[in-house]
Design a protein around this ligand. Sequence first.
Ligand SMILES: [Zn+2]
Length: 208
Amino acid sequence: MYLKNHLLAGKYSGRTAHHLHCDKHCGRLLRPDTIVLHYTGGADAISSAHHLARPDTDASAHIVIARDGGIIQLLPFNTIAWHAGKSEYEGRTNLNRYSIGIEMDNAGQLHRRGDRFYSWFKREYMPDEVYTHCENGQATYWHNYTLAQIQSVFAVCKLLLLNYPIQHIVGHSDISSRKIDPGPAFPMEKFRHQLLLHHTPHQTPFGG
Ligand SMILES: [Zn+2]
């Protein structure tokens, strides 16, 4: 996989990324230095991608990653998408202006009724799809992420690190107190550590 005109091209794991037409951006993203990870909170990747691409919804993202690892690109990486909303990180606000947004197909937090687990849109999830998070003696339940999905997110992030001056990989909840995605089921610390530890920031004429 490689980038051509800020779009994913070539193969990853024997497949190619899909491209979906989306006009919902606001101008050029000149030097993205942050990747923001989200969950869709939706039922499946295709419907979430179409929802984000629709002209009458007020959100968009660069990429949606399906549970089978499939990648759908909505916007080229040099355009500003509407994924971060009201946001703040390390003294800067409106992170859309600095970041690439990746949405992962995931139903988000689940509700337990007896031994059964349901999403906010009332779909039932089997116990092997449920991640249990314990904090202060309190358990909460979340839709898990699949290995294929995490591997695709990793591959995309690695490519972005090679092509843009990326310095931060954050979750939506790290930049907006209103948000809880991507949630505790996503191995954020490990993921960030593996990607950024040995990474030398991309050099640019402006000093990287
Ligand atoms: Zn989000």
